[in-house]
Write a protein that binds this ligand. Structure first.
Ligand SMILES: [Zn+2]
Length: 110
């Protein structure tokens, strides 16, 4: 479930963006999604956080191509390329997402 402002209910791009987060949530599980999302915000801020960049990149691809889009396959592939490692800052949620350099971002964007 996600919430939208009324004036954006017909915005297909936005629905697709939120769909990517739904898939991220499902593939990572709630605990890892929340930890990775919070960690991404803290270290990269909103727009550059890994889970947001993935959603914005997917949204752009979706809106630029009429082809059928396997969003789950895309997210699974990208998540597998992002390094999720142990993080003692989340003792109960022991994984975090890292994307250390611009090269990683280029790989994600493919
Ligand atoms: Zn988003």
């Amino acid at each position: 479930m996600f919430f939208l402002k009324r004036h954006r209910v017909a915005d297909e791009r936005l629905h697709f963006h939120e769909l990517i987060h739904v898939i991220q949530w499902r593939l990572l599980g709630p605990a890892s999604f929340l930890a990775a999302y919070a960690d991404g915000l803290e270290r990269f801020r909103y727009r550059e956080s890994p889970l947001e960049m993935m959603a914005y990149d997917a949204e752009a691809s979706f809106s630029q191509s009429p082809e059928i889009f396997d969003a789950e396959k895309l997210v699974a592939g990208q998540l597998s390329r992002i390094n999720i490692e142990q993080d003692c800052r989340f003792p109960n949620i022991s994984r975090r997402m890292t994307m250390p350099d611009p090269l990683s971002r280029l790989q994600l964007a493919q």
